[in-house]
Design a protein around this ligand. Structure first.
Ligand SMILES: NC(=O)c1ccc[n+]([C@@H]2O[C@H](COP(=O)([O-])OP(=O)(O)OC[C@H]3O[C@@H](n4cnc5c(N)ncnc54)[C@H](OP(=O)(O)O)[C@@H]3O)[C@@H](O)[C@H]2O)c1
Length: 272
């Protein structure tokens, strides 16, 4: 009998990561979720899938390299070699550049970039040894164009995109497939919380590539993985927009700046 495939999903206790976990379990994977040890992770640990042994939970902060290394070691010891890593753990939030504190920038870089890098470093050696494995990094559509109000959130997402591009070519000769996903707005607790912090200009621009359910985003990401894509968009509209951004960046900047000006003007008008 063929061995069960084992996936490790960081941030699998909520939102996009959780939807990916549900779909992987449905596809017959054994899944380990690494996330902060809070109520959401405890609920997963109490679930039917967990009782049947298909799902394991490992509480760890992805921005702590030692905690991540230990969590991955335990996951592999209990669940078997890691065939698929999905890094979905992350934090959101928006705000105007000068209104954000230094700690915000540090937190975003630490969780969203290093918290992506550390799990990859923890699984890559054994994947290289076996010359097999898939790594999927969740970046964001905000890593494809400048979005007003995302000066803390977006740069680490650009860094994740850069990491994915670099690893794609470096790990490919070792039999490892690296993909990067660029979701636009997805209805998750993160987006709901981020909305509360968004300046009106950010609200007007964010979401122009469309908004989806986590299930739809997860299905698109896993379909992209099955098809061996290295860049994954969650719908056709985002894919077309991404192409347009590449082909006509000056036009995109013009349109974005015009939208920002319009929102700023109507906000000033409303204040009068
Ligand atoms: N939602 C969107 O519109 C959107 C758009 C583009 C890209 N993305 C990206 O998609 C990914 C998932 O986002 P989501 O919307 O699904 O968010 P979410 O519902 O808030 O889920 C985030 C997950 O990450 C975990 N997490 C956060 N900080 C962590 C840490 N330091 N260590 C370990 N786990 C941590 C959370 O655990 P706790 O619940 O325990 O905190 C949760 O499981 C993120 O990388 C996000 O940037 C989201």
């Amino acid at each position: 009998m063929a061995a069960m495939m084992h996936a490790i999903v960081t941030g699998g206790s909520s939102g996009i990561g959780y939807a990916i976990v549900r779909q992987l379990l449905g596809d017959g994977y054994r899944v380990t979720v690494i996330a902060l040890g809070d109520a959401a992770l405890s609920a997963l640990a109490d679930s039917e899938s967990s009782r049947s042994g298909d799902l394991r939970t490992e509480p760890a902060d992805v921005s702590d390299p030692f905690a991540v290394e230990r969590a991955v070691q335990r996951a592999v010891a209990d669940g078997g070699r890691c065939d698929l890593l999905v890094t979905s753990a992350g934090i959101g939030g928006a705000g105007r550049f000068l209104e954000l504190g230094n700690t915000e920038f540090e937190r975003h870089m630490t969780v969203n970039y290093l918290g992506t890098l550390y799990p990859v470093r923890a699984v890559a050696p054994s994947m290289m040894e076996r010359r097999a494995g898939t790594i999927v990094l969740i970046s964001s559509f905000a890593a494809l164009l400048g979005v007003y109000g995302y000066s803390a959130y977006a740069p680490p997402k650009y860094a994740v995109r850069g990491l994915a591009e670099t690893l794609r070519t470096e790990l490919r000769p070792h039999g490892i497939h690296v993909a990067c996903a660029f979701p636009s707005d997805v209805d998750t607790p993160m987006l709901a919380a981020a909305h509360a912090t968004m300046p009106p200009e950010t609200r007007a621009i964010a979401g122009s590539a469309g908004r989806h359910s986590p299930e739809r985003a997860a299905a698109a990401i896993l379909r992209g993985v099955r098809r061996g894509k290295s860049r994954i968009f969650c719908d056709r509209r985002s894919a077309v927009l991404a192409r347009f951004i590449e082909l006509a960046p000056a036009i995109v900047r013009f349109l974005v700046d015009r939208k920002v000006r319009k929102v700023a003007a109507s906000t000033a008008e409303a204040k009068r």
